[in-house]
Design a protein around this ligand. Sequence first.
Ligand code: ADP
Ligand code: ADP
Length: 227
Amino acid sequence: IPALKITQLTKTYPNGFAALKGIDLTVPQGGFFALLGPNGAGKSTTIGIISSLFKPTSGSVEIFGVDLLKQPAKAKQFLGVVPQEFNFMQFEKVEDILIAQAGYFGIPTKEARPRAEKLLKALGLWEKRDDKARMLSGGMKRRLMIARALMHRPKLLILDEPTAGVDIELRRSMWDFMQQINTEEGTTIILTTHYLEEAEQLCKNIAILDQGEIRINTDMKSLLTSL
Ligand code: ADP
Ligand code: ADP
């Protein structure tokens, strides 16, 4: 079974705008997949549906064989999502945010602590563990959101523009981290990005979305040799 299987997905917003016009997308287990496309292509709409922020107009989404619309709670166990905007409690402490997230998935504090420690160290946030989230820089908040999404060891991690606005040095270290999660923990990763270089560095497969339709869906090697 694939990590993600999207079938004939459409989304028409209440104002009548068709943001997704029937997309099909399959991401194999263990894959590292890039979803690229210009502004307005429908990337955030796709991610919004996968992360259950809103429902599609038609079509289906299966996560490790579980239908997201029919069994959302079960499907969400497999899923970690890192949205673009920060949505955690600004007045909570860094480590507490991670422990609370684990609790949300039924993981006891005793198990959550070593997981939090590992992720905070790997993401360069260990020294900040007792700071309130609002004290962190933008890049640190972004890394905290990645750590939070990984607390319950999701089998599928979805990152919406994970390195937007991050300087090149930090971007490289985030690339290393994502690669490590993909290879060492076997987590399937899907990311959206504006940086073609990012997709080129990290991703085995790539789909290009444009005006609500998939234009290209191929492996990175073929794409690069066809240019
Ligand atoms: P991307 O993430 O690729 O930039 P989006 O998924 O955010 O694209 O948007 C796709 C299209 O849907 C855009 O034309 C956008 O203006 C439109 N859109 C997004 N949200 C809404 C909404 N709530 N109502 C109407 N149109 C929307
Ligand atoms: P519910 O689905 O029960 O309404 P929420 O969607 O409000 O719960 O989620 C509670 C918290 O957990 C929020 O901060 C939300 O962003 C976060 N969250 C939920 N699901 C995930 C996930 N799969 N990965 C990362 N964070 C998640």
